[in-house]
Design a protein around this ligand. Structure first.
Ligand code: ATP
Length: 376
C-alpha cells in the first residue's frame, strides 16, 4: 500500500490516512488496533471490496487498485464465515473451484487435500448446521485456501470462538500459514493473537500505522506512548512528570534520579552530539540539559514493591488501592498522585491503604517526550 487513504461521508470520516505498508511474500502480517482504527477498511482495500480515495495498491509490481476482487486472486475469511447451509462441507469447500469450471475429479482431489490439512476429512458429508463453531471455521478456511490465493485475508476470524478453541485455532492457523507459505494479512484487536501469530505487527490507531515491528520488538521498544499503553497485559505504566536536567519530578510521589550518572561512553557521544537514540538509556538522556513534560514508562513486571523507602535506586511513592490474585502472579494496583499504576508481584504482602514504594532499574525505564515519542 502506497500512501493509501480512504475517506467516507464525503471526507468527513477518515478510515485510513496515508498508509504505507509492504508485506513480503509468505509473511504473516497482523493489523492490530482498537475498534474503529481502520483495520477492516485497510483489509477491504487490499481485497478490492473498497477502492482507495488516494494512493495505490500493488501485488508485486502490478497495480491492483481499481480491479475487482475476483481479478486479484485474494481469499478473505470473515468473523461470520458464511457457509451455504444447504450444501455439504465438501460442496461448500469445492464451490470456488466449481465456479471456476474445475472438473469434478480435480475438485475432489483438492477437497481431499485441504480437508486433510485442516483435519475435517471426517466431516465432509455433513451440513454446516451439524458442525461446531470451530469446525465451521475450519470449513471456511478450507474454502478460502482451496483456490490457492496469492493473498490470504482474515478479518477477526476467531472472535466467535470460545477461549480454548481460539487458542487451538491460533496454533492451527499459524501451522497452516507456515506449511502453505502464503502471504497473509490478519486483522484483530486481540493482542495475544497478534503477538502469537505475526511475523510482523502493524499497530494501528486513527487510520494510521503507529508502529510496524516484529512482536518482541513491539514489546521491548514501543516507539510511542500510545503503543506503550496498548501493548502488554496490563500495559506499561506511564508516570507523568517534568524533566529537569538529571531527574524527573513526579509531583508528590517523588523525584526519579535514574542515578543520573552518564557512562563514560554515553558522555563522549553526547558531547559529540552523535548519540544514537536507539542506544541511549533513560539514565544517560536525563543528564542532558533538556527540560519539559515527559512520561516515564515502566512495565508492571519490572516494578518492585517495597514497604520501606529504599536507600538507593529509583522509588516512587504510592498507596495500595487493590490487590488482585491472578494465580500466576499478584496484581497490585497502586495510586500514585492521581493515577492508578499496576505492579506484578509474586507475593501479596501488601493490602489496601498501605503506603509503599515502587522500585525499578534504570534499564527498565522508558522515556517519552511531550509529543509521546520515545526518547530513550
Ligand atoms: P472494528 O474493529 O470495530 O471492526 P476497524 O478498526 O476495523 O474497527 P473500520 O471498520 O475500518 O475499523 O472503520 C474505520 C472508520 O471508518 C470508522 O470510523 C467507521 O465508522 C468508518 N467506516 C467504515 N466503513 C464505512 C462505510 N462504509 N461508510 C462510512 N464509514 C465507514
Amino acid at each position: 500500500m502506497k500512501d493509501v487513504s480512504k475517506y467516507f461521508d464525503g471526507g468527513n470520516t477518515v478510515a485510513n490516512y496515508r498508509l504505507n505498508l509492504e508485506v513480503d511474500d509468505g509473511e504473516f502480517l497482523v493489523m492490530l488496533g482498537p475498534s474503529g482504527c481502520g483495520k477492516t477498511t485497510a483489509l477491504r482495500l487490499i481485497a478490492g471490496l473498497e477502492q482507495p480515495s488516494e494512493g495505490a495498491i500493488y501485488f508485486g509490481d502490478e497495480r491492483v487498485d481499481g480491479r475487482s476482487p475476483s481479478d486479484r486472486n485474494v481469499a478473505m475469511v470473515f468473523q461470520n464465515y458464511a457457509l451455504y447451509p444447504h450444501m455439504t462441507v465438501a460442496q461448500n469447500i469445492g464451490y470456488p473451484l466449481k465456479v471456476r469450471g474445475v472438473p469434478p475429479d480435480n475438485r475432489d482431489r483438492k477437497i481431499e487435500e485441504v480437508t486433510e490439512l485442516l483435519h475435517i476429512e471426517d466431516q465432509v458429508d455433513k451440513k454446516p448446521g451439524a458442525l461446531s463453531g470451530g469446525q465451521r471455521q475450519r470449513v471456511a478456511l478450507a474454502r478460502a485456501i482451496i483456490r490457492e490465493p496469492s493473498v490470504f485475508l482474515l478479518d477477526e476470524p476467531l472472535s466467535n470462538l470460545d477461549a480454548k478453541l481460539r487458542q487451538e485455532m491460533r496454533i492451527e492457523l499459524k501451522r497452516l500459514q507456515n506449511e502453505l507459505d502464503i502471504t497473509t494479512v490478519y486483522v484483530t484487536h486481540n493482542q495475544e493473537e497478534a503477538m502469537g501469530m505475526a511475523d510482523t505487527v502493524a499497530v494501528m490507531n486513527q487510520g494510521t500505522i503507529q508502529q510496524l515491528a516484529p512482536p518482541l520488538e513491539l514489546y521491548e521498544r514501543p516507539r510511542t506512548a500510545w503503543v506503550a499503553r496498548f501493548i502488554g497485559s496490563p500495559p506499561m505504566n506511564l508516570f507523568r512528570g517534568t524533566r529537569r536536567n538529571g531527574s524527573i519530578d513526579i509531583g508528590e510521589a517523588g523525584t526519579v534520579e535514574l542515578d543520573g550518572v552518564m557512562s563514560e561512553e554515553a558522555a563522549v557521544e553526547a558531547e559529540g552530539g552523535g548519540r544514537g537514540q536507539d542506544d541511549a538509556s533513560a539514565a544517560s538522556v536525563l543528564t542532558t540539559d533538556a527540560r519539559g513534560d515527559v512520561e516515564l514508562g515502566v512495565r508492571p513486571e519490572d516494578l518492585g514493591v517495597s514497604t520501606t523507602r529504599p536507600t538507593s535506586g529509583n522509588a516512587i511513592e504510592g498507596t495500595v488501592d487493590t490487590v488482585e490474585p491472578m494465580g500466576e502472579y499478584i496484581l497490585v494496583n497502586v495510586s500514585v498522585n492521581d493515577q492508578i499504576v499496576n505492579a506484578k508481584m509474586s507475593d501479596g504482602l501488601v493490602s489496601r491503604g498501605d503506603r509503599i514504594y515502587l522500585t525499578f532499574d534504570d534499564d527498565d525505564a522508558y522515556l517519552y517526550d511531550d509529543n509521546g515519542e520515545l526518547v530513550a
